[in-house]
Design a protein around this ligand. Sequence first.
Ligand code: F6R
Length: 615
Amino acid sequence: MCGIVGYIGYRNVTDVIFKGLTNLEYRGYDSAGLALRDENEIKIYKSLGKLVNLKNELEKRKSELKNPVSGIGHIRWATHGSASLVNAHPHTCNCGKLAVVHNGIIENYKELREELIKKGCIFKSQTDTETIAHLIAHEYANTKNLENAVRNSVKKLQGAYAICVMHKDSPDEIIGARKHAPMLIGIGENENFIASDTPAIIEYTKKTIYLDDNEIAIVTKNRVKITDINGNIIEKRIEILPWEPVSLSKLGYKHFMLKEIHEQPDVIRNELSGKLYDIDANVILNEVKLNAETLKNLNKIEIIACGTSLHAALVGKYIIEDLAGISVEVEASSEYIYRKTTTNASTLVIGVSQSGETADTITAIKQAKEKGAHILIITNRPDSNMARLADSLIPVNAGIEVSVAATKSYTAQLISFYLLAIYLAEIKTHTNKEYIKNLKHELIQVPAKIEEILSDTTQIQACAKQFSSYKNFIYIARGVNLATALEGALKLKEISYINATGYAAGELKHGPIAMLDETMPVLSILIPGGITYEKILSNSEEAKARNAKLIALTSSDDGNIANLFDAVIKIPKISEILSPAVACVPLQLLAYYIAEFLGKDVDQPRNLAKSVTVE
Ligand code: F6R
């Protein structure tokens, strides 16, 4: 949540920071602000809402700016204090000489605030961040050294922070510090950057240093010094970013979400290459660092994730149990961390996350690690904090995902689970070889089947138009596609704000059926050949009998489907076990087109953020 950019160098500082914030806007967008060092002063600009408002504010006041030489910027996703101008970052101290931007939550801010008020600090906002500004300003008054002032201050902070600080009397440096919130340094020639995520700097440099917890970066135009919390210099490795700037462009699509939906066939091909190239050969998954003997004896897996990644985990459970016969538990990270679990050294714990920065999942993974479990991380961000905790790391390589609603990272996670399940099944050797071979054959066909859906979306658009005025939806499915129903409903909810709920079809008559009438469409996922097809058909009949409008998502050629259902979204033929990888795509598109018809902000839905770095 929130985004930070800091810059010191020869370029137009305002442009660099504004561009950086634009590339981070998917992380949070309640308000934005920047502090610029200009003519020996710190000048602050803030605006409410989207970045375009900050652009207008800068434009309005452009005559005030002469030649800024450094600056820090922030986009906010409100935690402490409402989204308001006064709560927007940067925050300053009494004299306004210091500016700070912050991601994270300071847990002891109330106590610190009371102490600082007693010392004469005047607070203007309700944020925890303003406490940091006053704290550092106070330390600076004693030490006259910004680096030491930051160091002394962060020692007093409890909770999570990534901060970027500048001070009028310390003109040639910006200071960054982090604990439990991501922060990196971009290295340039005669310029350097600080950011909370790589898209902010990718246009200027691919050379990066990732800060670890309790590290402080002193960044000048020509030098980056990293120290630990006691001031000892740390030699850090420079890493080269894998992204290209072009991945941040919409490439002619109206929204990033639509572009990312269309990228899915290539993402899957890319993921399969090198791992599944011949259906007669075993799947290669060198990323799994447990030896074959350990995997053969493995009898418990726990998968921890949130949101869309949790839905991928549910598919993972189904297919690992089906193919490899290993018992799998799936749990939301936020639940896992607040109970006594039975995780132990013989458990394989899988963390799933597109961003690799989700605070709940990171905490859960750390807890599992402490219990001695082997940690396997499936993520789209091999450069993330979660990835660093991994004993085994499967990067899904979907390319950067800008739209807040996850699409291609979800299908990429699913493909990782299919590969993992087949890999485990081939090691366990008890699963029918022909079944696995057919599955591998079909898995290779998945990108082409998705392409078939993407090549003609008219039926999905028509369905979206027909149903966009409804306020409530129920998505039903059974078995492996229960996760597809949950994920389809989540997509609709998050980008169109329509109340959509995914249900196990068999559960419909145990309560939700009471809600059904002509105002509540029911979308059924029906994969013929699957063990639950007939059952879902009769669950749909039950809904019809209550006057609900019916939508079928199906690969069936059965003529009766068109009679029973009010709209039919056809998908190519596919076996039930693999169908989640294909069936999720029309549901992403249905959500997209409904949101589009309703004029919603598809890429940046309200109240959400791309990476949820607070618990
Ligand atoms: C929805 C979505 C979220 C995330 C969830 C967990 O489209 O993206 O539900 O899946 O916030 O985030 P990650 O996967 O980054 O751990």
